[in-house]
Design a protein around this ligand. Structure first.
Ligand code: FAD
Length: 146
């Protein structure tokens, strides 16, 4: 008999949702069309409106309203998502907003999480297929699985 599949809990849902958001950003066009930008804005708006963890959604909605997604390019969207995912509370005012990496580090340290570097190379390594370290050497099919 196949093992029973259980509903996801908050952490599992969070990991899955961040994976969707970061991966969407990682594959966002370098030069997005108006339709590309509208689709991504809908995704973020939909999460802010419907994410099933109520207190997560409330904080996320405040954070998105304070810093709407930058959909001007792939790099901008990926960096936005990286900074956004470090926030569990409404964004702190002023000084830290000018330094997202520092803010991320501060929040991650507070939560006891690993600090994530929001530079483009780190984001691509984590969220775009193609890193040969993640697949057996020469397995081009896996590396193109999206
Ligand atoms: P996650 O934080 O889910 O990260 C998954 C992977 O993403 C990591 O393993 C890492 O490789 C990568 N990663 C980490 N940080 C970044 C980054 N900044 N940029 C790019 N990649 C990164 N949980 C709560 O307890 N309270 C909340 O209020 C809450 N709000 C949430 C709001 C939203 C919109 C979402 C999607 C999730 C929320 N969560 C919340 C869940 C929480 O963010 C985590 O997903 C959950 O705690 C599991 O954490 P994790 O350490 O396993 O990895």
């Amino acid at each position: 008999e196949a093992p029973r599949a259980c509903p996801v809990d908050r952490d599992e849902l969070g990991r899955a949702t961040w994976a969707l958001l970061h991966t969407t950003a990682a594959y966002f066009p370098e030069t997005p069309s108006a339709a590309d930008r509208a689709g991504a804005a809908d995704l973020v708006r939909g999460l802010a409106a419907s994410y099933p963890c109520e207190h997560c959604r409330a904080d996320f909605r405040v954070a998105v309203a304070a810093a709407p997604p930058d959909l001007s390019s792939r790099a901008a969207f990926a960096a936005w998502a990286c900074r956004q995912s470090a926030r569990r509370r409404p964004p702190p005012p002023l000084t830290s907003r000018r330094n997202p990496v520092r803010r991320h580090n501060v929040v991650n340290a507070k939560l006891g999480k690993v600090i994530f570097d929001c530079d483009a190379a780190s984001l691509d390594r984590r969220w775009r297929v193609g890193d040969p370290g993640c697949w057996p050497a020469g397995d081009a099919t896996a590396a193109e699985s999206l």
